[in-house]
Structure formats: structure tokens, C-alpha cells
Design a protein around this ligand. Structure first.
Ligand code: T3D
Length: 261
């Protein structure tokens, strides 16, 4: 199945959403935002989907905001409003997905395109891909979660270095500094993403989503409160099917069959 600006493809329990404006490096227009949000909502609501992969068509992943769209360059657009209406909901939607989300960064990821990727759960990049905090070059600050994601991922010094210079960071360096999960050779990229996505899809989905929730909220918590949240989430998971199944499978030395979501 395919939309126009976001292609949607299912492979078992893995749903791949492909940003599809390759002529403009898949930069975000209002219309593409709408299709992407609808596609993410549909994936979240579909019990058959247990992992979502986001990637880009053509040679780029996503070059951030389309600077030609809707009079962006006129100086008359309320950029704060654009962020509130489009990028903030997108970033929050990714973080509230009930399934793991993999960013398969096939090429350059710039501006909000970079931070859209970095906000996903696992970021796998082709070795030829790159990340650019392009905002400073056009007089903006990192958005789509960048001011939170960057220091949390790589620390203040590197966050400021990346954000202030807007320099291109290769995928290999990005992995070395802990910005992304994995950099893989271009030739192995598709197979690596596929294997990872299917592996995640076969895992206890609800536990993975709760793992994200606990890790994301722990930064703003005291140690004692984080321990309390762990107990609350663990209590709930401990009463669910997947825990019983995981333990039974371990004891029976067989593969588990998880189904909670
Ligand atoms: O309202 C708001 O603005 C608020 C929201 C802000 C969020 C943001 O994301 S701000 C940051 C916006 N993004 C950028 O500033 C990045 C702009 N793009 C680039 O710097 C470069 O394209 C890249 C470094 C990403 C890649 O360079 P390169 O040399 O590989 O490709 P290219 O030739 O520059 O781009 C290929 C085509 O895509 C080209 O079109 P053409 O000449 O072939 O017709 C180029 O204009 C187009 N393109 C690339 N990025 C954008 C774009 N068109 C519109 N908007 C873009 N962001």
C-alpha cells in the first residue's frame, strides 16, 4: 500500500514508512507531515504492527523543513506556530508509539530531519549517511527535539559543537560519539535494518515501549522516583501475558511467542 508522500509497506509485523519526496531530499512539507502523522497513527492503532521503520526514498533520509513550502522563506510565517503545529506533535507521536521505532538513515539527515531520526528508538545509518544540525546556518536553533536530544545523547560540549557549527557528521563518527545506535556498510544496510526490525517485532512489544517510557522519564526524576516508576511498570508487566510466556519459554527451552502490545 502506498500514499503519495509517505510510502507504506508491511513485511509481517514490520511496517516501513518511506518519506517520498526524493527530488527535495524528502524535506518536510505540510502535506508530508500530514501523511506521516496519519501513517504513524494508523501503525499505532494496528495490532498487527509490532515495529515501525522510518526511512527515506532516494539518496537522502530527510533534509528537514522544505524551505520552499508555504512561503517559509518570506519572513511572514510564524515559525513558532509551525513548530507547535507540526514538529512538536511529530516528535511526541514518535515517543508515544506503542511499538519500537527504527530510523533507517539511508542518506543525509539535516535540520529537523536529523532530529526526527534521533528521536526514534534505534537509529541505524548507512556508512555514507550523515547528520547535519543545519539550523544555525539559517538563523534558527535545533528543533524537533534537538535541544533535548543532543545533550542527552552526546553531552553539552558535543551538542553545542554540532548545533553551533552545523558541520556535517558522518555516520561512523555519529556512532563513535554515541549519537546513533549503529553505522553499517551501505551494502549491508537494508539487510541489517530488516533483521533488526524483525528481531524487535518478535520481542515483547509492551515491555519495549515501557522501557522507552522509563528511560525517557528517568532524566527528570530523582533516583528514588525512577526506582518507583520501575516498580509500577514492572508490576503491570508482571501480570501480563508476555512475562508468563517469556519465563515459560525459558524454562521449557523453547522460543517464546509474545503478543502483548
Ligand atoms: O518553518 C521553519 O522553517 C521551521 C522549521 C525548521 C526545521 C528545519 O528543519 S530548519 C533546517 C532546514 N533544512 C536545511 O536548512 C537543510 C537544507 N539543505 C541542505 O543544506 C543540503 O541540501 C543538504 C546538506 C541537506 C544536502 O546537500 P546536497 O549537496 O547533497 O544536495 P542539494 O543539491 O543541496 O539538494 C538536492 C535538492 O534538494 C536541491 O534541489 P534542486 O536544486 O535539485 O532542485 C535542493 O534545493 C533540495 N533541498 C534540499 N534540502 C531542501 C531542499 N529543498 C527545500 N528545502 C530543503 N530543506
Amino acid at each position: 500500500m502506498s500514499g503519495q508522500l509517505v510510502l507504506i509497506a508491511d513485511d509481517g509485523a514490520v511496517r516501513t514508512l518511506t518519506l517520498n519526496r526524493p527530488q527535495a531530499l524528502n524535506s518536510f512539507t505540510t502535506a508530508m507531515h500530514a501523511e506521516l502523522r496519519a501513517a504513524l497513527d494508523a501503525a499505532a492503532d494496528d495490532a498487527g504492527v509490532r515495529c515501525v521503520v522510518v526511512t527515506g526514498a532516494g539518496r537522502g533520509f530527510c533534509a528537514g523543513q522544505d524551505l520552499n513550502d508555504a512561503g517559509m522563506s518570506s519572513g511572514e510565517v510564524d515559525v513558532g506556530d509551525v513548530i507547535e503545529r507540526l514538529y512538536r506533535p511529530l516528535a511526541l507521536r514518535i515517543r508515544s508509539m506503542p511499538v519500537p521505532v527504527v530510523a533507517a538513515v539511508n542518506g543525509v539527515a539535516a535540520g529537523a530531519g536529523a532530529n526526527f531520526a534521533l528521536g526514534c528508538d534505534l537509529v541505524v545509518a548507512a556508512r555514507s549517511a550523515s547528520f547535519i544540525q543545519a539550523f544555525s546556518k539559517i538563523g534558527l536553533i535545533p528543533d524537533c527535539g534537538g535541544t533535548w536530544l543532543l545533550p542527552n545523547l552526546v553531552g553539552r560540549a558535543r551538542a553545542l559543537g554540532l548545533a553551533m557549527t552545523g558541520d556535517k557528521l558522518g555516520a561512523e563518527q555519529a556512532q563513535a560519539m554515541g549519537l546513533i545506535w549503529q553505522c553499517v556498510d551501505d551494502a549491508a544496510f537494508a539487510d541489517t535494518v530488516k533483521a533488526l526490525a524483525h528481531r524487535l517485532a518478535a520481542m515483547p512489544t509492551k515491555a519495549l515501549a515501557d522501557t522507552r517510557r522509563a528511560i525517557d522519564t528517568s532524566a527528570a526524576m530523582s533516583y528514588a522516583d525512577a526506582l518507583r516508576l520501575e516498580a509500577d511498570l514492572q508490576r503491570e508487566l508482571g501480570h501480563a501475558h508476555d512475562y508468563r510466556e517469556g519465563v515459560a519459554a525459558f524454562l521449557a527451552k523453547r522460543a517464546p511467542s509474545f503478543r502483548d502490545r
